[in-house]
Design a protein around this ligand. Sequence first.
Ligand SMILES: NC(=O)c1ccc[n+]([C@@H]2O[C@H](COP(=O)([O-])OP(=O)(O)OC[C@H]3O[C@@H](n4cnc5c(N)ncnc54)[C@H](OP(=O)(O)O)[C@@H]3O)[C@@H](O)[C@H]2O)c1
Length: 331
Amino acid sequence: MRVIVAGATGLVGSEMLKVLEERWPAGTMDLIPVASERSAGREVFFSGKHVRVVTMEEALGLGAEAALFSAGSAFSWEWGPRLAEKGVRVIDNSSAWRMDPGVPLVVPEINPMDLKKDHFLIANPNCSTIQMLMALKPLHDAWGLEEVVVSTYQAVTGTGRKALQQLEDERMARSCASPAYPYPIDLNLIPQVDVFLDNGYTKEELKMRQESQKILHLPVLRVSATCVRVPITGGHSESIAATFRQDVSVEEARLLLGRMPGVSLLDEPEKRVYPMPLYCRGKNEVFVGRLRRDPDHSRRLHFWVVADNLRKGAATNAVQILEFIRAQGWI
Ligand SMILES: NC(=O)c1ccc[n+]([C@@H]2O[C@H](COP(=O)([O-])OP(=O)(O)OC[C@H]3O[C@@H](n4cnc5c(N)ncnc54)[C@H](OP(=O)(O)O)[C@@H]3O)[C@@H](O)[C@H]2O)c1
């Protein structure tokens, strides 16, 4: 299979190369790495070979069957429909197409049925949304989800290379030529992820609400998020309070989460076993722990969810979508 990875020199794109290498036997995939003019001509290492990075214009004539995009929304607006019209299956990591009613927004463990043969443009959800829904889905299936209140603790890699550079510069006491954030991030927390909207929420917080409603097919689901940037290099964490239509039990929640593909339960508080971002790096699973029933509300469960934002939050989920399409015989 011949696959374009657009944004191949960025944080998500580099992780995509690793995930593809891990999951596709060497020699079964021809990679076409794409980046902007700035990086064209450089090389990336894939499946034991150096592969030259090209621009999208050059890639257009190279006969790709699928494309994984992680080069920002402007790139996706321009190139997504162009490639899709040529019959290339485009899996887009940006937020450009996620809420378009004609574009499926897919987490393969949750709503693969939304992906149909005639879909050529497919959206990958926001990293924070994916890991939250991986934990909520089996609980929702059992008890019926009514409301979610979530606070996130998001690593700087969620913003891209520039943010990682800012954190490294601050830690080395170097001046940062082009900071990603309006404040220092080291030794700090920034209660703003993406831009503010008129209602006081940020765009990231709105994405968590709207994307959850779309993926779970619950158009009036109540979701209120507070998204916070934290000075760690990888792994997003979330504190979630979920209210259901029925009474909840921690024991049953543990069973349900234990059976959910892609979820790993780490919940033995007496042994200090709970998920932490340092230990999720490079892993594809979503880790869940700290399960508690609300002391004042028998239908409310509290828990803690951690995942590698560059893996299940971006690259792994996109590659799983590609695998699903391939398994259906659509490529
Ligand atoms: N980081 C995350 O956790 C995460 C999670 C989910 C989704 N996403 C989304 O994934 C995308 C990339 O994020 P990132 O963190 O990987 O950012 P990044 O580290 O800043 O990398 C951006 C990549 O896009 C390429 N690019 C930029 N403009 C381009 C253009 N006009 N034509 C071709 N390539 C271009 C860059 O190439 P050059 O080397 O040429 O600059 C680079 O490879 C964003 O849309 C982001 O919202 C990120």
